[in-house]
Design a protein around this ligand. Structure first.
Ligand code: LCS
Length: 395
């Protein structure tokens, strides 16, 4: 079946870009675990390098196993093509390196993954790139930050860890008017739940470490630009800097992505029920989950997401101390950073994923000390509820 005929995401995660191998008909995409590809003769080598002949040269530049994953995610995100990277951070830093120069200004979501903020502030700032962080959930804040030299609008929605949403369509409109490139980190939603390119974004990227791979056993990233022009600019820099994915890593992610639609369905069903359970629990002060009517942007979630995802954050009436007691008391959920795995993970962002963000910046971004982040997995709901209930009893 041609990829273009696929209608359902349950089909595309399994089949898009993943075809029986022409060599022996292997149904699972083979792991082409090689650094380099033999040329038949010197002329062919020269023709591959000049671009006259299509074909593989060297794995940093391209590899069939990695290409299968790139094609799969590019299809899921409806983009021009994919660029797989060694990690989500490699995806982010490659995009910024490729598109910004020493005169560039970036506008970014204030509540963004800790390392993204730290790399922008401590590494890209060395090369003259200036960044303003703002609450991008209000488009007026973005408009206020725009400068003559604003090159990128880099948003994360839902945001890590506050679960604040940003209106992708509204951002795309402003970005187009001002000739700014809109980049969306779609890690928290996954391509099953949100497709930023369809809403007008120029580039979507993921930490595939999370939902796309889904088994907490691989670190990886991917960039999917909407146009050939952006693809070529970014791919060139990725192959030069060398933040490429490895073939074995790509194969593991190909294996994981096949169940993405099923995992998304089960995990967000669990998450919806757990969010309601927590919201009604006497020891819980607040819960922020896009599926709850109490989420300040519940209407936007319904508009731009296809479901509400599997991540939430909450705070207990007993604040920081009580939250710590709770995360120390879970038995089924694992106390660990990362998210989007098949198993439920719980952590305390202020002292863990966002520990290196200054106290002042954390406060401005709404990353409070009492905030606990829960990434809900695919376990049976009753076991998850029982675990959270017994952990809350210990508080
Ligand atoms: N973007 C988002 C939204 C993330 O949450 C992360 C990692 C990255 C990018 C970076 O991806 P990586 O290089 O790790 O593949 N977020 C993590 C988190 O919240 N806990 O541990 C890692």
């Amino acid at each position: 079946m041609k990829d273009s005929k696929i209608k359902s995401p349950y089909t595309s995660v399994i089949h898009a870009g993943q075809h029986p191998d022409p060599a022996f008909g292997s149904v699972s995409v083979p792991i082409y675990q090689t650094s380099t590809f033999a040329f038949e003769n010197a002329e062919q080598g020269a023709a591959r390098f000049s671009g006259e002949e299509k074909g593989y040269i060297y794995t940093r530049i391209g590899n069939p196993t990695i290409k299968a994953l790139e094609d799969n995610i590019a299809f899921l995100e409806n983009g021009y093509a994919g660029i797989a990277t060694a990690s989500g951070m490699a995806a982010i830093t490659t995009v910024i390196t490729a598109l910004c120069d020493k005169k560039s200004h970036i506008i970014s979501t204030a509540s963004i993954y800790g390392a993204t903020r730290v790399v922008i502030d401590s590494v890209f700032s060395k090369f003259g790139i200036e960044t303003d962080y703002t609450d991008t959930s209000d488009i007026r804040n973005i408009e206020r930050c725009i400068k003559q030299n604003t090159k990128l609008l880099f948003i994360e929605t839902p945001a890590n860890p506050t679960m604040a949403l940003t209106d992708i369509e509204a951002c795309a409109k402003v970005a187009k008017e001002k000739n700014i490139i809109l980049v969306v980190d779609n890690t928290f939603a996954s391509p099953i739940i949100q497709n930023p390119l369809n809403l007008g974004a120029d580039i979507v990227l993921h930490s595939v470490t999370k939902f796309i791979n889904g088994h907490s056993d691989v670190v990886g990233g991917i960039i999917v630009p909407e146009s050939r022009d952006l693809f070529e600019q970014i791919q060139k820099v990725m192959t030069l800097i060398g933040g490429n994915m490895d073939p074995h890593q790509a194969w593991l992610v190909l294996r994981g992505v096949k169940t993405l639609a099923l995992r998304a369905e089960k995990s967000q069903d669990n998450a919806m029920k757990l969010a309601r359970f927590l919201e009604n629990h006497p020891k819980v002060k607040w819960v922020i989950y896009p599926g709850l009517e109490s989420h300040p942007q519940h209407a936007l979630a319904k508009k731009q997401m296809n479901g509400f995802g599997a991540i939430m954050c909450f705070g207990l009436k007993g604040g920081f101390e009580a939250g710590h007691q709770m995360i120390n008391s879970v038995k089924l959920c694992t106390l660990a950073v990362s998210l989007g795995g098949i198993e439920s993970l719980i952590q305390h962002p202020a002292s863990m994923t966002h520990a290196k963000v200054s106290k002042e910046d954390k406060e401005k971004a709404g990353i409070t000390d009492d905030l606990i982040r829960l990434s809900v997995g695919c376990e049976g709901y009753e076991d998850l509820e029982e675990d959270l209930a017994q952990a809350l009893d210990k508080v």
